[in-house]
Ligand binder design. Structure first.
Ligand code: GRF
Length: 216
């Protein structure tokens, strides 16, 4: 990272233990990515991710969708609240890091092509829940993780980065999931860094990664 690079302001949506959030916070702190986490929002009050954020001095809130009515009817009111908070912190890129809700039009229109997600499978295979188990039960020989731009589809937006790992003969869902998680912790911060450096160009379904000099 060079000193003339401005820091990209991140908002992170979470729901659970927050190891991907931790990877982002650590990478920002070490100066490995020209970004900083401005705010973290969870839809679940007990998410460990909220504590991880606060431990780094990052503002962290729970916005409980049930305070806005029944899901999915309340989605628009709930997302409008999220957008209000994210805007108040000047968020430029929204990162879904283990966020367990589908994102709707209120967020996508507020942050066009500025919402990214991490998925624990090599998309377009095994979208949706329990992706590692889906892949393991299917009997794949290669698994992995994907970072992609969120669009209205379920895990179907343009792919930014993927990394694969071999499925070993003695793997269980748990050991495979752990190896995939380590990949997630590498490629999510890397994707954020590329976007922050202006090295990501989207052309329809294709995402081009520019060489470091090409974006200057
Ligand atoms: C990760 O496997 C992520 O790919 C999926 O949910 C999990 C979240 O883990 N969407 P964590 O909360 O970041 O530890």
């Amino acid at each position: 990272m060079t000193s003339r690079e401005a820091l990209l302001s991140l908002g992170v949506l979470v729901s659970g233990r927050g190891t991907n959030l931790q990877a982002i916070l650590d990478a920002c702190e070490k100066g490995e990515i020209p970004a900083r986490v401005k705010v973290v929002i969870s839809n679940r009050p007990k998410a460990l991710a909220l504590e991880r954020a606060r431990a780094k001095g990052v503002p962290a809130f729970c916005v409980n969708p049930s305070s806005y009515g029944k899901w999915p009817e309340c989605r628009s009111a709930y997302e409008k609240k999220l957008v209000e908070i994210l805007r108040s912190y000047g968020v430029e890129l929204l990162v879904l890091a283990g966020y367990d809700r589908l994102v709707g039009t209120d967020i996508l229109e507020a942050f066009p092509m500025r919402v990214i997600n991490i998925h624990p499978a090599l998309l377009p295979s095994f979208p949706g829940l329990n992706a590692q188990k889906q892949a393991f039960d299917y009997g794949v020989k290669v698994a992995g993780a994907t970072v992609f731009f969120v669009d209205p589809s379920v895990d179907g937006g343009p792919i930014i980065l993927q990394e694969a790992c071999k499925v070993e003969e003695d793997d269980t869902v748990e050991t495979l999931s752990q190896r995939i998680l380590e990949i997630e912790h590498r490629i999510l911060p890397r994707a954020i860094a590329l976007i922050a450096q202006g090295r990501v160009r989207v052309d329809g379904r294709k995402v081009r990664i520019l060489s470091p000099t090409a974006s200057e």
